[in-house]
Design a protein around this ligand. Structure first.
Ligand code: SF4
Ligand code: SF4
Length: 185
């Protein structure tokens, strides 16, 4: 590339400015216009359910151990015959993510053995106080879909936890309770 004479260097600089002035602007008018994020964007987490409404989280704490920012707190508890929240022995009784610490790396999702934990495209989590940025299980649990029975309830009749993990449960049965009949809770 030929060398620009020194006295022309300022003009070369302005050339970049003028060239840019006539290019279309890429300013996003947020929050009036919300541009969709990439499909695999790392937004707010979600604790997922099986198709009959039981929770996928088994309270194993692997997500908390994997988190480099120490942003997750999990307290597991035993399922009982009278009160079952997940197909296995244990469920996540207390689950919290501190979004003041979370760096959105997704390592917690990779660590989860049941695909209970995933990340949504929701990025609107700003707040004006620290307490509300610690999301609890109630904030993170996936909404009920039509046909799901809210936990706690029994396993699908005749099924065991392996059937759940293999994806063989595709809905709830009448024996499990009253199904939710709305779109999302
Ligand atoms: S996304 Fe990363 S920083 Fe955030 S909770 Fe998961 S492991 Fe921790
Ligand atoms: S979200 Fe997954 S990794 Fe975390 S406690 Fe629940 S089952 Fe274990």
């Amino acid at each position: 590339m030929p060398e620009v004479p020194r006295f022309l260097e300022p003009l070369a600089g302005f050339g970049v400015t003028f060239g840019t002035m006539f290019k279309p602007a890429h300013t996003e008018q947020y929050p009036e216009e919300k541009v969709p994020v990439a499909p695999r964007y790392h937004g707010r987490h979600q604790l997922n359910r099986y198709a009959d409404g039981l929770e996928k989280c088994i309270g194993c704490e692997l997500c908390a151990w994997a988190c480099p920012a120490d942003a997750i707190f999990v307290e597991g508890a035993d399922n009982t015959a009278e009160e079952r929240y997940s197909p296995g022995e244990r469920y996540g009784r207390n689950y919290q993510i501190n979004y003041l610490r979370c760096i959105g790396c997704g390592l917690c999702v990779e660590a989860c053995p049941t695909r209970a934990l995933t990340m949504t495209n929701d990025y609107e989590m700003a707040d004006d106080n620290r307490t509300d940025l610690i999301y609890t299980k109630e904030d993170l649990l996936a909404p009920l879909r039509t046909g799901m029975v809210p936990a706690p309830h029994d396993l699908y009749p005749g099924a065991d936890q392996g059937d759940y993990y293999r994806g063989e449960i595709t809905g709830s049965a009448p024996e499990q309770g009253e199904p939710y009949d709305g779109e999302a809770s």
